[in-house]
Design a protein around this ligand. Sequence first.
Ligand SMILES: NC(=O)c1ccc[n+]([C@@H]2O[C@H](COP(=O)([O-])OP(=O)(O)OC[C@H]3O[C@@H](n4cnc5c(N)ncnc54)[C@H](O)[C@@H]3O)[C@@H](O)[C@H]2O)c1
Length: 358
Amino acid sequence: MTNQEIFKRDIDSIITSIEKEAVNFSGKTILMSGGAGFLGNYIISALLRLNDSLLKTNPCKVIAMDNFITGSSLSENLTKNPNFQFIEHDVRKPLPEDLNADFLIHAAGLASPYYYRKFPLETIEVAVNGTKNFLEFAKNKKVQSLLYFSSSEIYGDPEPRFIPTPETYWGNVSAIGPRACYDESKRLGETLCMTYYQLYKVPVKIVRPFNVYGPGMKANDYRVIPTFMVKAIKEEPLPVHDRGNQTRTFCYITDATQGFLKVLASNKNGEVYNVGKNEEEINMMSLAAIISNLANNKAQAQLIAYPESYPAGEPQRRCPDLTKIKKELSYNPSIDLKTGLARTLAWYKNLINQQNES
Ligand SMILES: NC(=O)c1ccc[n+]([C@@H]2O[C@H](COP(=O)([O-])OP(=O)(O)OC[C@H]3O[C@@H](n4cnc5c(N)ncnc54)[C@H](O)[C@@H]3O)[C@@H](O)[C@H]2O)c1
């Protein structure tokens, strides 16, 4: 399968999973920050694909914003779409006055620990000033819904009795540690959202994604899956931080996008939802072994100390309690880890082959 075919199959499966919610976007304009990022590409492509089927008679429009601090160039599929508009804009500055939108998605952020260590002030400002700019816009333009991308990192390093972690858990986070620029600014972003909801009835929703992965995440994103996959394809040892016993639950991008769009379409305001997968919690040594196996890589995983470029103090375990989103919004993630990893690996193999050929 080519990368375009892998992507198309993924988008088609997202469309099927949000058939019920699609009507909410009929004839509407959705404005999204972080549109040139990994999640942005899937979310925007899914919304625009609705126009080919369920929203044929009354299509939606998408306006994406990004300043490309980590984002990639946009695909031609998007830039050639008549219902798509891109604005290069740093959302730390107020949004352009002349814009109008019905739905807002604020997903701009420095999501990879490598990049938020490199750009700590930008990380804080996009989560705080960027969120405030979106909230002001939402208040003034009276939008229908505003979705803020927080993070599972706001939980910090939960005690074992709070695993799986429900939305009601308050968190165990350092205000001054190496990860604080991300964790604490995402927390303040949430506080701003709830404050605008309480003071001005801005129709906010907050999602806390848990380790989303899949095709399209940049090969040099430095999050664990692209790092392991690129090394495995090159038949090199996979670098595992510390003792390799830290665990995560990984959520394939199609499942996560289903969750995000269900929350965006919902009329429940002032709510926060975990989005992820609550099965197959896995430690990093085992993840390295599975990826090496899938790629037929004979090189062993290699335990290494945290490099200077990576913020230490990472949570030991990460696993969401998904009771709320499943019950209230019928969220139904379905892709198991091996299937998702195999699809993602196929995508990185194609990418690396293309790079080698050019
Ligand atoms: N992918 C995950 O597993 C995950 C987990 C938890 C939270 N999140 C959050 O979801 C959002 C999207 O994550 P992603 O994985 O797509 O990350 P990504 O890095 O691929 O995309 C983020 C995008 O935001 C853009 N951006 C950053 N600062 C900006 C600014 N000031 N103005 C305009 N654009 C700016 C970047 O250029 C990039 O294109 C982020 O806010 C992230 O913190 C993601």
